[in-house]
Design a protein around this ligand. Sequence first.
Ligand code: G16
Length: 569
Amino acid sequence: MSCCGGGAMAPNSIETITTSPFEGQKPGTSGLRKPVGTFQQPHYSENFIQAGLIAGLGDKLVGSSLAVGGDGRFFCKEAAQLIIKMAAANGVSRIVIGQNGILSTPACSHIIRKYKLDGGFILTASHNPGGPKGDFGIKYNISNGGPAPEGITDKIYKITQTISEYKIVPNLKVDISHKGTTSHKIAGATLTVEVVDSVTDYVEFMKEIFNFSKIKEYVKSKNILLNAMNGVTGPYLQKIFVKEMGLPSDSCLNCEVLPDFGGRHPDPNLTYASDLVDIMKQGKHDFAAAFDGDGDRNMILGHKAFFVTPCDSLAVLAGNLQCIPYFQKHGVKGFARSMPTSEAVDKVAEKNGKECFEVPTGWKFFGNLMDAGKINLCGEESFGTGSDHIREKDGIWAALAWLSVLAHKNKSVEEVLMEHWEIYGRNFFSRYDYENVSAEAGAKLMEGLDKLIQDPKTRGMTFSDPTGKSYRMQYLDNFEYTDPIDGSVSKNQGIRFLFEEGSRIIYRLSGTGSSGATIRIYVEGYEKSENPQFYKEDAQDFLKPLITIAVRTSKLKELTGRDQPTVIT
Ligand code: G16
């Protein structure tokens, strides 16, 4: 691989660099995620960025505008500078970038929309650990502010398979450590780079969506904890909850944005945010929320660490959107969830005469429905909740939405959930993750399940656990989705076992890992009872027979040698 320019370089001259393809640059559920070392290889990031620029912007590339922002993890600054140099060489005329290259994923989505940009690059591997030995990621978002749909990610991948050159302005130096606008002459054209404060636009937007004074009044009378897990949300939490709402600074934990997230796994769930869970168990706090590395995921806890599953969180918010000024103003047309997410939100939709859509895993599948005005709220079991205010899921938005509901009802988190279950019944839900199994074992497990689908005997079959609890199979398939707006078809989106009486087992391979395979098993059972005490049953106890059946039917132990999952949510 070499530079074909030759000779002395003029300042800001465009170079065309010869390159060759790298294997495996296929974007996963949300962008390309690989170990940092992989991205640091000469030409690796460049190839992917060039493919993103061509596939994402097409004919619009020359003269286009882009947002750039990342979660502050190791290699973010270098990647941001690289994107500026390559965008400049490819004729991009305007870049809006967060100070020091930092923007939460929701803030970046908002900036694309607010400044009417043509697209953006988000530099994050989300909840995956960071640091020199951790993961990095690059994601291309389109002009609606959302992750590129499959049509574009497929195109990106195709380009990476045949790429032979990329363009760069190697000498271009842009100071992204100070706010302000600079202009740069690139081969007769001008590139404007606007370095914006990372939190201001987002916080102003939250103030338009929510009733800050009502939330402020409420949080002042309660003990609240917010955990940034040393990811990007720290400065946003401090601005909103400490500066705007007057909470003590120790109500926001781990707010320093660290390139390795302080060595932690910045995934807000019961396993990786166990420090928050332990504090909440002491019973001194009424509400807590935790957020992931790039700020799009959230976990909600109540008094004594009462855990709200993301599926229930979505359903509760769906049932209470009238508490939030944004929805009072814009109304509510419908909801959507990813296929493995429990059907709790469907019940809210049904009772309230709203439409509810089931899409494959991946926030990108919600974009068309939002753009078409069909849905206003959506969520996923993977700790993602959000609305049509942007086109990414939004962790802090979810916490503010929950606080709005609590302030409106003046009830505890647990009371809100009990009230919800008494109206709609409870969809007990759990996800078992088997992380880092071999790719071969993961593929074999899915092949085995696919064979079951093909076998006509499986439908109507009864599955029992050793205690004799049995479930009759009503329907099974490998989920396929036809986008109702553009007609695009996405196949092989996960194996679904749908049993009578609303129980479900879903199997998928994760699309966000950076090596090997992660098997996800999602289990759900529904009950409606006259006795409210029934809803207090532990989900693991309720779901045990289904979990046993799910593990046994998939031959998981035989194929992976794993006895236990790495994470249970
Ligand atoms: C991403 C996507 C989500 C998806 C999640 C899990 O979240 O944006 O839509 O639900 O991954 O995907 P998988 O089950 O394939 O690992 P994030 O927060 O990692 O960007």
